[in-house]
Structures are given as structure tokens and as C-alpha cells.
Design a protein around this ligand. Structure first.
Ligand code: SF4
Length: 480
């Protein structure tokens, strides 16, 4: 029910800016505004604030005023400043698609149970990207107005089709002589085929490597089977060689959490420290590809993952306090969204969703998808995020396709039930592919959404640490 207009107008000399509030814990609330700023209030402070009865001499009043949650007669440019901050956060939308994923092959030499892309046997060359599709994809990529373009090579195992990678990078650089963009290249690889020839090429062309390291030897080898059973040793050898050729930051690593990882978060983090990494991304398993067929993703619930994450973050903070700088990447993304004036460019947490306008995927067979997860979903027979085909469709028809536009308008959390009232909205996103995969509906009912539970669980925990633990706050603020 809505009260009369007068009820919302100032009775104590101040007006409210648009705000959202949610519980932080049993005693406190998080309040956010559209510029992404937050304050934590007790229940009574919140009631006083909303009821226009907060006395101006209270520190809470000043905190709310300085962060544009209320305006009074002395607020000069507050509303304009709030609008400017909102515009700054939304500015990156104008850049359009910055990430372009080239799936150069679906072939792979590993047979990981949690594989999300339904990899194919090594000899099946029909799962390789053709030169014609690579050329078309490059034409598409340079149509994007983004001043920075990142090409990420995915598979399968992309190094099994290194000749196509070489072709795409050399051609992109030649085309860029006209376009003048900031180009970046990343190969996501298990590194089992990392030859000296590949390393030389990466060094000459400034190509970065991203690999998988799931933890200590027994855990990694159990999760990432390969002929010989020595994926861990091979990965570590390759990481060392890559560091020697490309420098200490030339190779990064990602881990995936399986049921077997759940009790071993400290072991996993310690392995990253042992191998000299300065960052780790504690990632949960996504519900796509073999991960679903083999039911690996159903082996733990989101509540268990959030507990795993909290334990891991506590361990990482201890390691930092002992003098070894190690950053947790999911927390770093959320902290950027909380504190950076521009938010974060991480495509999975955008409004509208980063599908298509944040990332485009050119599949080995010429199909174009709105996100990497969208092509994984297609491998399971759901083509909801397939935008068109490189051979048949133009850039314009794909970027204005009904499929993409409908998903974009559906995936602005500001208009989604529950999200529109949620204090965590400025730090959240929509993840339409996850909701399509789990609920057969791209918007999803957030009360039953594992994505929402994960976001709320991690954000409540982070804000709690920022508020209550001075040492943790100092460390976390260094990750923004
Ligand atoms: S998904 Fe959940 S946490 Fe995120 S904005 Fe929506 S309701 Fe809030």
C-alpha cells in the first residue's frame, strides 16, 4: 500500500534519496543507494532515518548526508553529485563488447568429471574452428566500439589447435594497424601442450596464459584425469616454464570446487602459496556440460559452498596477516563494485547482464553465443543464448536480435522481483544463463535461486568483515 505523497516529504528538515535496505545480521541493516554507497545501521537508526526523525547532530546523520542518503537545506550539489556517480558507474556500458571468446576447438586430452563444455576426443578434427569462421569472428570483433578488446582462447584444449590461435593473433594485430585498439590475448589452457614454440610465440606477441590448478597433487590428479595420471606435475612444470619465458605474471591459475574440495579449502590455498601465486579465485561449480550429466554439481549445495568460501577467506586473511600477499579474486571483484567509482567490468555481475554487450563467444562451428555459459548450455541442448551464426548473420542482426534484446531487458535486476528491493543490488548481477539452466527461466525466482543465496551470503560476510574486523578491513581495502 502507498501512503499519501505528503507522508514521504520532509518533516524534520531532510529528504530521503532513493535507498534500499536489507538485513546484515540479527541486529543491523545494510542500506545502499543507486551510486553503490552503503551504510550499516541499527534497526532503531533505520527506523529514525526512514521516519525523518534522525537528529542532525547524530554522527549517523552526517554519515548518511555525506554519502547522499539524505538531503537537507545545507546540501548544495548532493542530488547532482549522486546522479554523476550513477552515470560514472554506468559509463562502461557505452564501451560495448570488450571480451571476445574464440573456441578454437572442443578437443581435449583431459577427461575432467566437472568439464562444462562436453569436450571431444583428441582425433576429432571436425570440432576445430575453420579459418573462414575465424576471419568472420575477427570482423565481428572489430565492429565493437570498445577501445580495449580482449581475445580469450577457450576449448576444449585450445593448444590442440595452436595453428588457428597463431593465425587469429597475427591477423588481429594486422587488422589493428587500422583500428588502433588496445588488444589483449589470453589462452585458457591445461598447458599439457605447452611447447617451446608456443612459449616463444606468446612472448613475442604478449600473450598471457590462464590454467587450472585444483589444489595439491592428490586432489588435482583425482579431479583432472589425463593419460599417465600426472596432470598436477605437468601443470606445475608448465607453470615454471611459462614464468621463465613470460615473467612471473605471465601465467595465472583458476580452481574449481568439487565435492572432494569441500573439506580442503586450506590445502588448496596453501598449494597456491607453495607455487608462488599471489591470487586465487574460489569458484563454485557451474551447472553445465559433463558437470551436470555426471551429477558432480549436485554434490554440494550453495550453503555448503558459502561456508567453504568463508573458511577459505579466513585462511587467506591469516596468510596476508603473516606477510604473504594473496588476493581472493571474487572478493576483489565485489570490493571493486562496492568502492570503485566505476564499479567492476566483470561480465558475470552486470546490470543489464553482460551477455552479448560484455562478451561474445564464437564457437568452433561458427555459432555465436551471448556468453561462454550460453554455449555450454547449448551443448546440453538449450539454445536460448545462441544469437546467430558467423556464416549467415551480420553483426547488426546479431546485436539487435530479439534473443539478445529480450534477455537484456529481462536481466536488469533493478526491475526484477526481489532484486528491485534488495540492498545488495548495486553489487550484484543477473546471471540469466544460470537461471535458465537451473530454473528454465532467465530471470529466475530469487527466493529459490542459488545465485542469489551465494551473492547474499558472500556480500553479508564481506560487509560484516569490513565493519567488525579492523585487520581484515585493512587487507580487504588493499584488494579494491
Ligand atoms: S540476486 Fe539476490 S542478492 Fe542479487 S540483487 Fe537480486 S535479490 Fe539481491
Amino acid at each position: 500500500m502507498f501512503h499519501d505523497r505528503a507522508r514521504y516529504q520532509s518533516t524534520q528538515g531532510y529528504q530521503l534519496a532513493p535507498v534500499r535496505f536489507s538485513r546484515l545480521d540479527a541486529a543491523r541493516y545494510v542500506v545502499t543507494n543507486d551510486a553503490g554507497e552503503y551504510v550499516v545501521l541499527s534497526r532503531q537508526e533505520l527506523v529514525d532515518f526512514i521516519g525523518h526523525s534522525l537528529p542532525p547532530d547524530r554522527p549517523t546523520y552526517q554519515a548518511l548526508k555525506s554519502r547522499h542518503f539524505l538531503f537537507d537545506a545545507h546540501s548544495r550539489v548532493a542530488l547532482e553529485l549522486l546522479a554523476l556517480k550513477y552515470r560514472t558507474r554506468a559509463e562502461q556500458l557505452a564501451n560495448f563488447t570488450g571480451l571476445h571468446i574464440f573456441v578454437v576447438t572442443l578437443r581435449c586430452d583431459h577427461s575432467c568429471a566437472y568439464c562444462q563444455v562436453s569436450r571431444q576426443a583428441e582425433g576429432r578434427l571436425e570440432f576445430d574452428m575453420s579459418q573462414e569462421h575465424a576471419d568472420r569472428a575477427l570482423d565481428f570483433m572489430f565492429r565493437s566500439p570498445s577501445p580495449a578488446l580482449k581475445i580469450e582462447f577457450q576449448g576444449g584444449e585450445p593448444l590442440l589447435h595452436f595453428e588457428r590461435i597463431r593465425y587469429i593473433i597475427e591477423r588481429a594485430k594486422a587488422m589493428n594497424a587500422v583500428h588502433g585498439r588496445a588488444l589483449q590475448f589470453v589462452i585458457a589452457s591445461n598447458l599439457s601442450r605447452l611447447t617451446d614454440e608456443v612459449l616463444d610465440f606468446c612472448r613475442v606477441h604478449g600473450v598471457l596464459l590462464s590454467t587450472s590448478l585444483d589444489g595439491p597433487e592428490d586432489l588435482h590428479n583425482a579431479q583432472r584425469p589425463v593419460r599417465g595420471g600426472d596432470s598436477h606435475r605437468r601443470t606445475l612444470d608448465a607453470i615454471q616454464r611459462a614464468r621463465q619465458a613470460l615473467g612471473p605474471d605471465g601465467v595465472s591459475a583458476l580452481m574449481t570446487t568439487t565435492h572432494a574440495s569441500m573439506e580442503r579449502v586450506e590445502d588448496i590455498i596453501d598449494e597456491y602459496v607453495r607455487q608462488g601465486f599471489r591470487s586465487i579465485f574460489l569458484r563454485n561449480l557451474s551447472p553445465y556440460g559433463f558437470a551436470v550429466r555426471q551429477r558432480a554439481s549436485r554434490q554440494y549445495g550453495v550453503e555448503a559452498w558459502v561456508e567453504f568460501y568463508k573458511r577459505g577467506l579466513a585462511h587467506i586473511l591469516r596468510i596476508n596477516a603473516q606477510g604473504y600477499p594473496l588476493q581472493e579474486e571474487f572478493a576483489a571483484i565485489l570490493l571493486q563494485k562496492i568502492f570503485s567509482p566505476r564499479g567492476s567490468t566483470y561480465v558475470d555481475l552486470q546490470s543489464p547482464a553482460g551477455i552479448g554487450i560484455g562478451a561474445l563467444v564464437y564457437n568452433y562451428d561458427g555459432a555465436v553465443y551471448a556468453s561462454d555459459e550460453g554455449r555450454m548450455l547449448a551443448e546440453m541442448g538449450d539454445f536460448s543464448f545462441r544469437l546467430g551464426h558467423l556464416s549467415r548473420d551480420s553483426y547488426e542482426s546479431i546485436m539487435t536480435s530479439e534473443t539478445l534484446l529480450a534477455h537484456l531487458s529481462d536481466t536488469m535486476p533493478e526491475g526484477a522481483p526481489m532484486c528491485s528491493d534488495c540492498a545488495f543490488l548495486p553489487y550484484c548481477g543477473a546471471d540469466p544463463v544460470f537461471h535458465q539452466a537451473t530454473k528454465k527461466d532467465a530471470v529466475g525466482h530469487k527466493a529459490f535461486s542459488a545465485f542469489c543465496k551465494k551473492q547474499m551470503g558472500v556480500l553479508r560476510h564481506l560487509i560484516g568483515l569490513l565493519e567488525d574486523d579492523a585487520q581484515a578491513r585493512d587487507i580487504l581495502m588493499g584488494w579494491r
